[in-house]
Design a protein around this ligand. Structure first.
Ligand code: NI
Length: 170
């Protein structure tokens, strides 16, 4: 297991569409384990492969709190096959958009088809926080960040601040 460096916006690699995986092998399982270790260490509740520079349709999620047992989800080639008409608003953040948070409106529940870590096809419906996290992470696979759901004014303000703090660190 290894911790991987997380890309921070604006980075062109975060804006690319990731490729379908097709089959789950040991290398992919190792990638998902590394992604989970990276996510737990950050700490975060979701991480998509493009955030660690791997353009594959892979994501990991765990919304369990510190006092709860770990409940990792590993998803390969996820696809939304159903969504509610009803919307939900959550304040979102992102490990690739550090220290910025904003309300994002998304369907309140989604049904997702995906391959699990053993390559088995699953269909699962997510609601509440999990629905938001799954949709947020799936957006990453298409090069979409949560700030892309905001007005261009808000988005550009956040991107400018991220660039500024990067310059300060450099
Ligand atoms: Ni994110």
């Amino acid at each position: 297991m290894a911790r991987l460096p997380i890309l921070v916006a604006p980075d062109p690699r975060l804006k690319q569409k990731a490729a379908a995986v097709g089959a789950v092998d040991d290398a992919l399982r190792a990638l998902m384990d590394d992604m989970l270790e990276t996510m737990y260490a950050a700490p975060g509740i979701g991480l998509a492969a493009p955030q660690v520079g791997v353009l594959k349709r892979v994501l990991v999620i765990d919304i369990a709190r510190d006092d709860e047992p770990k409940a990792p989800l590993r998803m390969v080639d996820p696809e939304i096959i159903g969504a509610s008409d009803e919307d939900c608003v959550y304040e979102e953040g992102c490990l690739s958009v550090p220290e910025h948070y904003a309300d994002v409106t998304r369907p309140a529940w989604v049904t997702v088809a995906y391959l699990d870590e053993s390559g088995r096809r699953r269909e699962q419906t997510f609601d509440g926080l999990l629905a938001t996290v799954v949709q947020h992470e799936m957006d990453h696979l298409d090069g979409i960040l949560f700030i892309d759901h905001l007005s261009s004014l808000k988005r550009n303000m956040i991107l400018r601040k991220l660039l500024k703090s990067r310059e300060k660190k450099a």
